[in-house]
Design a binder for this molecule. Structure first.
Ligand SMILES: NCc1[nH]cc(CCC(=O)O)c1CC(=O)O
Length: 316
């Protein structure tokens, strides 16, 4: 089955953040278990991306200004194409809807918790935030969703790894922030959150909580290995959500939310688009057969777009 040995190991490319490494380790462990690979037949290769460049990513600069789509993926995909790595592990939430020619992304691990988490040193729940409270988030989606429900709150830019953000909360830079439950769970840090926010209250980002594994399209050995890891139900949900995103031409950096759940034999897809200042939300849903997942995502996106004025996504 495998051409990978301790002398010529399978190389897994990943960013070096604690969350990215946790995802790469999960992938390595699943590959080893599924294919009986020796410990030294799998190697993790850390790749620095534009998004990891501290000088470029000044803490208060909106990510959208710096480089938009592919900020955290370009260098990793180049390493795949050059053969420096054999597979790449990604948070699907951060992945552009299309991959470069020669690469394929069709292996998803079982999805984690899709919900956002409410994190605050002094306040138990989102609904308990006092009038005028300062909330830190750099996610356009979360900012717009919050501004929509609570126009009284003051939003500040907030980035960095989990530890940096918790330190900022301790220092009083903001009274609360949001993180994905999935990331906290994968880091074994769910205890830092007050708790999850139900999806009816804050619809998550498309593909939140899903890990995808990318490889070279022509690499039949690796593709067969990844096929054994693929989680079908996660793939069905992401087919709907990513088609929704693709038709909206969105990325992780636009105020779009979308979530598909299995509902009996079919899928229940919900989506929303928001004005960046939260002044308007347009939402909708579809209940469809699994086979129609992608078409339903595209169709829901067209419905929402037909209701949105031309300047809907303009900001600043
Ligand atoms: N945009 C950053 C990002 N990309 C993926 C995750 C977390 C885990 C996931 O959704 O898989 C996060 C952090 C966060 O939103 O708290």
């Amino acid at each position: 089955m495998t051409r990978f040995t301790p002398q010529t190991p399978l190389k897994i490319g990943t960013r070096g953040s604690p969350l990215a490494l946790a995802q790469a380790h999960e992938t390595r462990d699943r590959l080893r278990a599924a294919h009986g690979l020796d410990e030294s037949a799998v190697e993790i290769v850390i790749i620095k991306t534009t998004g990891d460049d501290r000088a470029l990513i000044a803490a208060d600069r909106p990510l959208k200004e710096i480089g938009g789509k592919g900020l955290f993926t370009k260098e990793i995909e180049e390493a795949l194409l050059s053969g420096a790595i054999d597979i790449a592990v990604h948070s699907m939430k951060d992945m552009p809807v299309e991959q470069p020619a020669g690469l394929i992304l069709d292996c998803y691990l079982p999805r984690e918790d899709v919900r956002d988490a409410f994190v605050s040193p002094g306040i138990a729940r989102l609904t308990d935030l006092p009038e005028g409270a300062v909330v830190g988030s750099s996610s356009l989606r979360r900012r717009a969703q919050l501004a929509h429900r609570r126009p009284d709150l003051k939003l500040v830019e907030f980035r960095g790894n989990v530890q940096t953000r918790l330190k900022k909360l301790q220092d009083g830079v903001a009274q609360a922030t949001f993180l994905a439950m999935a990331g906290l769970n994968r880091l074994g840090m769910a205890h830092v959150a007050q708790g999850p926010i139900e999806v009816e209250e804050m619809l998550p980002a498309v593909a939140q909580g899903a890990i995808g594994i990318e490889c070279r399209m022509a690499d039949d050995t690796v593709r067969a290995m990844l096929a054994a890891l693929h989680d079908g139900p996660t793939g069905e949900r992401l087919a709907a959500e990513r088609a929704f995103l693709a038709t909206l031409d969105g990325s992780c950096e636009t105020p779009i939310a979308g979530l598909a759940l299995h509902d009996g034999a079919g899928l229940w897809l919900r989506g929303e688009i928001l004005r960046p200042d939260g002044s308007e939300v347009i939402g909708g849903e579809r209940r469809v057969a699994v086979a129609d997942a992608a078409e339903a995502g595209a169709d829901l996106a067209r419905e929402l777009l037909s209701q949105a004025p031309a300047n809907f996504f303009d900001w600043r």
